[in-house]
Write a protein that binds this ligand. Sequence first.
Ligand SMILES: *Cc1c(COP(=O)(O)O)cnc(C)c1O
Length: 424
Amino acid sequence: MTYQPTLEFAQKLDQDDPLRDYRNRFYIPETADGQPSIYLCGNSLGLQPRTVEAYVQQELEDWAKLGVEGHFRARRPWMPYHELLTPAAARLVGALPEEVVVMNSLTVNLHLMMVSFYRPVPGRYKIVMEANGFPSDQYAVKSQLQYHGFAPDEALLEFPLRENEVLHRTEDMVQFLEEHGAEIALVLLGGVNYYTGQAFDIPAIAEAARRRGCMIGLDLAHAAGNLPLQLHDWQIDFAVWCSYKYLNSGPGGIAGCFVHQRHLQERENPRFAGWWGQNKQTRFLMGPEFDPIPTAEGWQLSNPPILLLAALRASLDIFDEAGMDRLRQKSVKLTGYLEHLIRRVGPDKVQIITPGHPEARGCQLSLVIGDEGRRVFEQLTERGVICDWREPDVIRIAPVPLYNSFEDVYHFARILGELVQGAP
Ligand SMILES: *Cc1c(COP(=O)(O)O)cnc(C)c1O
């Protein structure tokens, strides 16, 4: 497609966009003077679907009317409420329904998964992660290593980057696993790196990990709802994701967790248990023996927060309707247009560190504007653009296909151009 840098062209793309009406299903935050902002921060917190209120309100009403009886008599009984989200969540990540459960928050799920699937043995106890990974994941991994008695300095590896490069090369990652795989117990990778926006070639890396006998787990915080995923077919061992970014479930929303089918019947791995993971037939007999549900639900600890589930359900219903494939098609175009316009601003002024190939990224582009980065970011904010800043020097821009328009992207690039030229 040949893009043109004009408002008319952007508006034409919006008119031709089969998903354009989805924007109206969301609240778009306003600037101080009451104009819709240019919201390009769905990678950090997705916007609120207008339907969330009704979904949550229904549970508040049933709680008011029924009290504890809502567990069985609510219009959507709370006892099995989380099951309502499973099919849509499974479709989103390419999993069988039994492989997926919605529960807790991302980091909690990451710990629960490492308890079961980080199984160090003498000679094979290391964990390898991407360079520049999300600091919280590093804290989680280091604390797991320490818990097992290993020194993070020695037991935590990073896939090496080539000199002066910020992106990983698949062939280097595969090569690294070929060389060091025998001592690696777990490969833990972001689906999309939060900083650079790089989407990894997960099937290739998963295959290399498997060949060398390593477990592979994924943090899909920036991939779920952003890229089509095939966790089952890729034979990923486990994955976790939060839902408040691309999945629009609201601040602190409830997270997702995937356990591959081949692990569901295993009883030899340890796991941290709680009553909600207990066989549903015997859960309320309150017996002393833990008999886990033979699905991903067997990792649940507590009875889940229904109000959070209701908010996420509103959003997943929209995803199901729009369809991840159509969203991805639009996303490739939208981000491609953003890239085209930013390049016109001038590569000497704005550097895009995210890969140029659509297969190697989701919707986010990460921009480096040298010494001026912080100033430009602050002025973008003053001009009604909502995006985010990541230390030390990156502005992250994420046009989200559900609610961003080509016109949003056009105006963003126009304002960016003005700011980096230093003109008003
Ligand atoms: C956003 C994000 C998290 C957030 O973790 P929470 O437990 O939901 O606070 C974790 N990892 C990555 C890579 C993220 O981008």
